[in-house]
Ligand binder design. Structure first.
Ligand code: NAI
Length: 348
């Protein structure tokens, strides 16, 4: 079985090679690493490959999947949980299995969401820069005590639930909106409808998948329903937020601060060093001029534990596929909302 790993950074290779050496079928899997992304242009590099392994900003819309099928690819292994960037219908049409890594460390992402919230709320990012300059003034660094505040979570699947658990530990009142409520969340808080959640929350953290239904769920109308001064955290997918609407609300102080690990146009920027270039995304650049906006480059998952599980699970998915023609983490089109997305969005 020949596997081509795309968007392979040095750290991906390190963890993949360790997992490959330990894999039961190590000798029957030959891995090739490409440091560039998978897309219409690079798909032509694929020759004599049975499976591809892709990450969040690789392009897997219908045309790319057609080209993969023409080249004899039989399996797409996603090194991520989200699959909004994959045309599952096209893959099904060609009989290509698509599998994800459904849970590599929900706590890693939840802990990062809370780290962003803490930084945003207490202005740690500004304090760090000031102190290094010998400026120990506190003006402008005032935060709010989170204990007793209401945290609204959109989507209480694995990561949302881990976030709820942490925020309850902070002494916050936790509320959630999820069209597929589960008993597990009731230990940490109460469900609300979306409008009530927007109106009651001091902090809103996004943990739902990107689908047609959730694209720009944070838009002008929903922002208007939020409390003045609300803090917004997004570690899920950039497309959940209409960035221009958020910029408008930051200007009027309706939104009190925004922390983003994901951005709608991240595909052309994230995971690479653009520090010596002119960045042409004026929306992102405007966003980053606000003192109360923090942007990180899709790193919430980035822990030793998560990279280990991502590599091991991707290879387990491939081994299972080699034995049975499918695997337990194969993505279908019939599951609940979180398991279905045919939205052809490239940059998530
Ligand atoms: P999950 O599938 O366990 O949970 C998603 C939850 O969202 C489910 O409970 C589902 O019912 C709910 N949901 C579906 N439609 C909704 C809607 N319209 N409104 C509110 N909730 C809705 O997924 P998990 O593992 O918790 O991941 C959540 C998202 O986090 C993923 O979709 C992925 O995009 C993102 N992610 C980001 C990472 C990062 O490094 N920043 C790393 C891993 C995942």
């Amino acid at each position: 079985m020949k596997l081509s790993v795309f968007s392979a950074k040095p750290y991906d290779k390190t963890y993949f090679e360790a997992a490959h050496a330990e894999a039961a079928s190590s000798d029957s899997i030959k891995v090739t690493y490409h440091d560039f992304p998978l897309n219409e242009e690079t798909v032509s590099f694929i020759k004599d490959t049975d499976a591809v392994c892709a990450f969040v900003n690789d392009s897997l819309h219908g045309a790319v999947i057609d080209m993969l099928a023409e080249r004899g690819v039989k399996a797409i292994l996603l090194r991520c949980a989200g699959f909004n960037h994959v045309d599952l219908d096209a893959a099904a049409r060609h009989g290509i299995m698509v599998a994800n890594v459904p849970s590599y460390s929900p706590e890693a992402v939840a802990e990062f969401a809370v780290a962003l919230l803490q930084t945003l709320n207490r202005n740690t990012h500004r304090a760090y820069n000031r102190a290094r300059e010998g400026n120990f003034a506190l003006n402008g660094l005032l935060g709010r005590t989170l204990h007793g505040k209401t945290v609204g979570i959109l989507g209480v699947g694995k990561i949302g639930l881990a976030t709820a658990r942490i925020m309850k530990g902070f002494g916050c009142r936790v509320i959630a909106f999820d069209p597929f409520p589960s008993k597990a969340f009731e230990e940490y808080g109460e469900y609300r409808d979306l409008d009530t959640l927007l109106a009651e929350s001091d902090v809103i953290s996004l943990h739902c998948p990107l689908m047609e239904k959730t694209k720009h769920i944070i838009n002008d109308q929903n922002i208007a329903k939020m409390k003045k001064g609300v803090l917004l955290v997004n570690t899920s997918r950039g497309g959940l937020i209409d960035t221009k609407a958020v910029i408008k609300a930051l200007k009027t102080h309706h939104i009190g601060g925004v922390a983003l690990d994901v951005y709608e146009g991240e595909g052309d920027l994230f995971y690479d060093d653009h520090s010596g270039e002119i960045i042409h995304d004026d929306v992102l650049m405007r966003l980053m001029t606000f003192h109360n906006v923090i942007v990180s480059g899709h790193q919430a998952f980035f822990t030793v534990e998560a990279l280990t599980e991502i590599a091991e699970c991707s290879l387990r998915n491939l081994e299972e596929f080699m034995k049975t023609g499918s695997c337990a983490n194969a993505l279908g089109n019939t599951d609940k909302g979180a398991k279905k997305s045919s939205l052809p969005v490239r940059n998530v």
